[in-house]
Every structure is written in C-alpha cells, then in structure tokens.
Design a protein around this ligand. Sequence first.
Ligand SMILES: Nc1nc2c(ncn2[C@@H]2O[C@H](COP(=O)(O)OP(=O)(O)OP(=O)(O)O)[C@@H](O)[C@H]2O)c(=O)[nH]1
Ligand SMILES: [Mg+2]
Length: 378
Amino acid sequence: MESLAMEHSSVGVSAQPCQSADLAVIIPTFNESSNIAELVRRIRASLQGIRFELIFVDDDSPDRTWQTVRELARTDPRIRCIRRVGRRGLSSAVIEGMLATGAPFVGVMDADLQHDETLLSAMFGTLREGDVDLVIGSRYVESGGIGEWDSKRAAMSRFATSLSRFVIKQPIGDPMSGFFMLRREVIDQVVQRLSGQGYKILLDIVASAESPLRVRELPYTFRARFSGESKLDANVLWQYVMMLFDKRFGHIIPARFLMFALVGLSGVAVHLGMLSALMAASMRFAVAQGTATVVAMTTNFLLNNVLTYRDKRLHGWRFVKGLVSFYLVCGLGAVANVGVASSLYEQHYAWVLAGVAGILVGVIWNYLASAVFTWKKA
Ligand SMILES: Nc1nc2c(ncn2[C@@H]2O[C@H](COP(=O)(O)OP(=O)(O)OP(=O)(O)O)[C@@H](O)[C@H]2O)c(=O)[nH]1
Ligand SMILES: [Mg+2]
C-alpha cells in the first residue's frame, strides 16, 4: 500500500483538483507530427493568462502524430490526444474533440500553422463579452486575406464559398473557415443535427443552427503551411458537395439515397445501350439481356463505389467481395421488384403503376441491403 502511494506521488498525482479550462482548442490532425511542437509553442505564447486546454484529435496518423502529442502531454497536462483508429474525417474528428471537453468556450484550428494563433485571445475576449455566439477567423472580410494561394486555388475557394449560400441563411464572409471559436451551448444545440461529413465543420454548424447565430468575423491572413502535406483532394471536394446536398435536402431525402438512385438511372441507360448493341450483333435475346444486366450492375457498383460511397471506398480484396455481394443484393432486388409489380398487376392496377412500384421496392431494397452488406465498413 505504502509503495503504491510512493509510486503515485513520484508521478505527480495531486489530491487537489486543479481548475478546469475556460477555453478548449480542438486541433484535428492527420500526418502533422512535424508541426506539433511549433504549434504548441506558439499557442502557449499567445494564450498566456488564459486557462486553456488543447485537444488533438488524430486519425491514427502513419507518421505517429498521436505519439508526438502524447510526449508533450507528459509534461503539460493541458494537452490531450484522442487517437481514433479505423476512422477518417476532419469534421467528425472536430465534433469528437468538442464533445470531449467541458470548457465553456471551444475553438477549432488546423495544425499546420496556416491559422494565425495570435488571433485566439482576441476571439476568446470577443466571446467572453457575451453578445456573440460564434467568432470566425475570416479571410474574406476587410484586412483578411488568402496569403500566397495561386489563382486556381483562390477561384476554387471563392466558388465553394458561393455554393455555401445554398445552405446558410445568414450573411457570413468566410463560412468555409476552419478557424473559429464558439460557446459550448451552440455545440450542444446543434450536435444532433450535424452531418459530420467531410471537411467543412463550421458550415455544418451554422447550417444546423435553428435560429441565426450571433456572429463576429475577425480578419486574419491565411499563411503557408509550416511543414507536412495538404490533405485537400478530389475526395474532399466531393464530400463537400454531398454535405451541401444533405444540409439542403437531407430532411426530405438522404443525399446518399438520391445519389444511389441517380446511379441506378444511369444503369438503365447502360443496360439499354448494351442490349441494343448486342441485339444489333444478332445475339439471342435472353443472352443479350443477361449480359446487359451484368454490365449494368457492374457499372452501378463502380459508380457507387466512387461517388455514393466515396468515403467508404472499397479497394483490393474488399472490392472483389463487395462486387459479389452487390450482384447478390441486386439479384434479390430484381426478384422483389418483379414480385411486387406482378402482384399489383394481377390486382388490376395499371401496368405503369405496377412497374413503378416494383422499381421503387427494388431500388430501396438495393440501397438498404448494399449499405449493410457491401459498404458496411465506416
Ligand atoms: N483527424 C483528422 N484530421 C484531418 C483529416 N484531414 C485533414 N485533417 C487535419 O485538418 C487540418 C486541415 O487540413 P489541411 O490538409 O491542412 O487542409 P487545408 O488547410 O484546407 O489545405 P492546405 O491549404 O493545402 O493545407 C490539418 O490540421 C489536418 O491535419 C482527417 O481525416 N482526420
Ligand atoms: Mg492546411
């Protein structure tokens, strides 16, 4: 017993509860280990006098960013690391970090030093004054800027920003910013409605708020990455489009289902094109129809894998298993389709109605069953 007590005191366990943080800064990371020490040094310098904590949320980075953070955490209890295994995604990482703190004010910033950490204390001060819910570090208000971006990246950012107007009702100069701070009540209010998909968590939060938030934008100039590589790619852009759609129409129809149905429609075109080509080549109808069915199922699988389930894309051996399960799912879907349609037709419904009902049952079955059996891994 005595030796246990000794051991505890030697690692510095104190009986006194320390005061908890007023501000938590959430920092999502993926392969950022070379930026961590510099980032922490600069944040400590700019948040002097404020009780803060830093919560890194790392998606099991191959460069072991989580380990770098933990080493710093050994000597500074204000630093924590959440290491997520088997998952990826900036927005979901930020949400998880936000939910892991009890601090009344929560900030979010990138790890690559593109965000100006000297703005943090002004953001905190603005929130503490009490008449604002959300403070945004903004590149698109007077005195803010995008730094050294080339014209292509600048145009892409402007275009994405203008698209965001479809989902938010209040005027915000930089709703795509990854640098912001808010009251924790705002998070608690919106968290169950967040899409959590993709990269643009601020937009997600603003679009999910029931009534307009009281927003203040503080200008800053976006800097060049300190070290490491960007994760911005086509995948991120596609997830942005899906997220916008989900926010705008998700309460009526899930974005994924609509995408799945559109891919299904493209499958009909592929099927008919293939069938007409094979018939023109004098193939027997049954063989031509069978071949066209397999080809259409295959193109549907490929498109769904790249578009509908881009965030869960199957590769290698899992791709092959996924394809086989998709054939089986669609096969059963076709049986359900024909069964429902025939039974309605026998009950004297018009053939169009019976046919459409069959198609609907088929596509809903295919969607639900392939979500469970084909693209099951999150
Ligand atoms: N946890 C987690 N963090 C991520 C993920 N993708 C990106 N991040 C982090 O989110 C922050 C922003 O990502 P960046 O790649 O810098 O994106 P960006 O700033 O829009 O693009 P650049 O200007 O090219 O750097 C960085 O701290 C990344 O490490 C992810 O899937 N999971
Ligand atoms: Mg960056």
